[in-house]
Design a protein around this ligand. Structure first.
Ligand code: NAD
Length: 357
């Protein structure tokens, strides 16, 4: 296979971790006889420094022309001035919108070797394997909003959650298709006892499942209950689908189940065009440049890229198996060990992954 992959290293540890994922992708290409062409483009703080724009047009054009995109992370204290004209995160929101990436997939897997890194007890988290589908381009984060002066000294603000039938259908369908190839259970999370927009989610989702996915076990859970169930019985969930804001909060809560941010990848997909793959962690300015960042989340994001954008399932599994093997052999970066225990750096842990491949 020939594929063109755009790298958006970004800020902080972004370049360190994407650099390691690129090494892994190159080895996989060599082993399996593929040709991957890589090109690197600025996004976030570095792009602001270069030309004042967190997402230059040249980066958008390169992304559009690619088969898949691998992003590191954006942001850092240097660009945190609240009075600044623009922020690194604006680049991230814009690329999602530009490419129509309406679905954010976040697998939450507790690796057996890392169960003791979880803040929850082993018997609760062991065996957790959830795939979240968060709607990414609609709802409360994109609906009409504003602030008005209602009387002297009193302002009133509003943000509005808006969803249409087609926006709900396409994300629920994508989640249901994924559930079919997993354990065949789909959980839809909403707040239909209070919110009108959630009642539309419930109607549209139920109708779609009845019509096209009657082979799945389907359940609906209120978002407040879900916040509890994720901590008390995470192993009972398979695929979970929900709206933008609920997904934002629940996936961050769920990301604590495996114990380290440094292990979790994510994918953002549209109905066509390239997908965007990234670790869920940020640019970790506190450890940037020290050579100790954990690259495994980005390496696992590269595996998702092969699976979802290039259809290379076997190659994806080879990377995932290599990561497990490295963990099983006891190799750990600093974020995965207790204080004082031995650890290896960003490049060394990748060397072990390459050896396992
Ligand atoms: P963070 O995820 O960058 O870091 C949180 C903590 O986890 C830090 O102690 C960090 O050292 C550690 N950590 C994160 N990734 C790690 C890794 N791969 N290996 C080892 N340790 C790791 O979150 P933050 O500190 O809240 O944010 C820092 C910056 O990143 C901010 O500017 C924020 O806006 C930005 N951010 C960007 C994204 C993104 O690009 N998608 C996501 C979240 C935060």
């Amino acid at each position: 296979m020939q594929a063109s992959i755009v790298l958006l290293p970004g800020d902080g540890i972004g370049p360190e971790v994407t650099g390691q994922a690129e090494r892994v992708l190159k080895l996989v290409a060599e082993k399996f006889g593929h040709t991957f062409r890589f090109s690197s483009h600025p996004i976030g703080g570095i792009a602001i420094d270069n030309g004042g724009d967190p997402l230059p047009q040249s980066t958008i054009d390169a992304c559009r022309a690619s088969d898949a995109i691998l992003l590191g992370a954006v942001g850092g204290p240097k660009w945190d001035d609240p009075k600044a004209k623009t922020r690194p995160e604006a680049g991230l929101l814009k690329i999602r919108k530009e490419l129509g990436l309406f679905a954010n997939l976040r697998p939450i897997i507790t690796f057996p070797e890392l169960v003791d890194a979880s803040p929850l007890r082993r018997e609760i988290v062991e065996g957790t394997d959830i795939l979240f589908f968060r709607e990414l381009t609609g709802g409360l984060y994109f609906g009409p909003s504003g602030t008005e002066q209602v009387s002297p000294g009193i302002e009133r603000s509003y943000s509005t959650a808006v969803y249409s039938t087609d926006e709900i259908e396409r994300i629920v369908r994508m989640a249901a298709v994924a559930a079919r190839s997993r354990r065949k259970k789909l959980t839809m999370v909403d707040k239909a006892n209070v919110l009108e927009v959630s009642r539309l989610w419930r109607r549209v989702s139920a109708a779609l499942i009845e019509k096209e996915f009657s082979d799945l076990t389907y359940e609906v859970v209120l978002v407040d209950s879900m916040a509890m169930h994720l901590l008390s019985r995470p192993t009972t969930f398979d695929v979970v689908v929900t709206s933008n804001m609920f997904g934002d909060i629940l996936t961050d809560e769920a990301s604590m189940l495996p114990g380290s941010l440094g292990m979790l990848p994510s994918a953002s997909l549209g109905s066509s065009g390239p997908g965007l793959y990234e670790p869920i962690h940020g640019s970790a300015p506190d450890i940037a440049g020290k050579g100790i960042a954990n690259p495994l989340a980005t390496i696992l994001a590269a595996a998702m890229l092969l699976r979802h954008s290039l259809g290379l399932e076997k190659e994806a599994e080879v990377i995932e198996a290599a990561v497990r093997k490295v963990l099983a052999a006891g190799h750990r970066t600093a974020d995965l060990v207790r204080k004082g225990q031995p650890s290896v750096g960003t490049i060394s842990i990748t060397d072990y992954v390459l050896a396992a491949i």
